[in-house]
Design a protein around this ligand. Structure first.
Ligand code: FE2
Length: 137
């Protein structure tokens, strides 16, 4: 599957976070095009850096949002974000050391991580926010 096309099923009902997810998916889409074209270590490192810089910014706003809605699984969610950051750093280092790099493996990891994370983990705080909103009505 390609993450180039964002669809409503990825919506966490927060316009800012949805926009950030769209931007992350677009970076993945560019990465997919690049991997399909063949091995380009410099471009891959550049995209991985862009992805981790933007993911860092995105995780910060997502964590602030989870705090605001008093999401009970915040700590667990934060841990998943930092594990992700470590994994991407390892991939970036592997790409700098060309012998170990495997762009398709990186792309598959990132595609699965983001799809799974948004649809299962992020969707859980979205449901929590909705319940809170309903409780206040
Ligand atoms: Fe998240």
């Amino acid at each position: 599957m390609s993450l180039g096309n964002w669809s409503q099923k990825y919506s966490v009902n927060n316009a800012i976070i949805d926009e950030q997810h769209k931007r992350l998916m677009h970076i993945l889409f560019r990465m997919e095009l690049m991997v399909n074209r063949g091995k380009q270590t410099d471009d891959m490192v550049q995209l991985l850096t862009e992805m981790s810089d933007y993911a860092k910014e995105h995780f910060k706003s997502e964590e602030r949002y989870m705090e605001r809605i008093h999401y009970p699984q915040l700590e667990k969610h934060k841990e998943l974000h930092s594990n992700y950051a470590i994994q991407v750093l390892q991939f970036t280092l592997a790409h700098l050391d060309e012998a170990k790099d495997n762009p398709r493996e990186v792309l598959n990891f990132l595609t699965h991580w983001w799809t799974d994370h948004i649809l299962k983990v992020d969707m859980d705080y979205s449901k929590h926010a909705e319940k809170q909103f309903v409780a206040k009505l």
